[in-house]
Design a protein around this ligand. Sequence first.
Ligand code: EPU
Length: 421
Amino acid sequence: MARYEIKGGNPLNGTVTISGAKNAAVAILPATLLVSGKCRIENVPYISDIQAMANILYRMGAKIECPERHVLEIDCSDVQCTEPDADLVKKMRASYYLMGALLGRFGKAHVALPGGCNFASRPIDQHIKGFLALGADVDDTDEYVALQPGEEGLQGGRISLDMASVGATINIMLAACLIPGQTVIENAAKEPHIVDLANFLNTMGARISGAGTDTVKIRGVNALKGGTYAIIPDQIEAGTYMAAVTAAGGNVLVQNVIPKHMDCITSKLQEMGAKVINYDDAIRVIRTGKLRRTTVKTRPYPGFPTDMQAQICVCMSLAGGVSKLTESVYETRFFGYCTELESMGANIKISGKTATVSGVEGLRGATVCAHDLRAGAALVIAGLAAEGVTHVEHIHFIERGYESLVAKLTALGADIRRLDD
Ligand code: EPU
């Protein structure tokens, strides 16, 4: 099974270019189902989750071309299929966006329940609540969700989400674009990829306002037409490299980022002793001295992202003093990596939603296993900062979301190899 071998201890120096945002791309690809004509999508990350989503669309009848490495041209005009291949759907979490997109395009859908990173129970009741509010009949089983118009047909509706769910906000936006009338999502999620999806859909002719605030309004239109759109940079990939420099030391220019999206991460890394300089579309991170303890609580955007919890935990492990890390989005997320970090010498005590991280002098190389995407990225960071050799197994999780991780880190001076045995 493929793994990464990391000889730790090298500081990171140089420039790294951030790819397009995974969580925007996995929403924008299924959104092309709503468009009549060709969508040219630029800055698409070259990662396995995108290949998986493109494959699902292709098998449904979409025409897909890749004229350049980060560009996809997708034309779903001829798609007739409303039941995507269940085996493919089960391989990734974001395949649940096919529900909203197919409901919006065809008024019906039959989609297997998604797979992906199962670091917590990840219910979709809020997505279902949204589809019901739009007038859909929902057959929701342990295996699949089947949607069709209810007795009064599909029409815009008002949904107040119980929690600001990224997935539910996106799925309802997708479903509502082509449905008559106005849909209002209250307590909507505000993550940058929500705004990016809205910008993509509006570029193609949708009428969505308020994305990025907690009230999103979608006025249904008759059709969306093709066009060109470039995906925003990946907030979490950028944050991961920033955390890597903070943990391993060095001086790195992280380019192709939107510094505003990074504010919450930046301020925590600064608190810990990293020097962070913002430019228009780049951030320099410098870390030379000892790291200091901090307190972090994950929250929906604009708070500190849960998808950076594991990476900051590695920095805390190397900081002087006792840090507190509280998870408020996915309580069980610690279990994906804390035991692995402890085998590298970290000192972490978990009690409910909070991890107490007592800084240690240094981490040591070990063989560790990635249990999900971000947990895996954190173990790579730990390996970069550790003394000795680290092997990170189950790297397919990491490759779902990090483009050319080995090449990007190697260019920064890391000693990391992908072994295929
Ligand atoms: N929730 C429900 N019911 C729902 C939906 C969500 O109870 O119907 C709960 C979840 O269990 C969780 C909270 O609400 O406790 C927030 O979940 P959300 O729906 O926002 O998450 P998601 O859409 O499943 C996306 C990202 C995750 C990221 C979270 C939080 C994608 C494809 N996934 O998941 O990204 O952790 O938002 O920001 O966009 C990753 O990239 O590694 C990743 C896991």
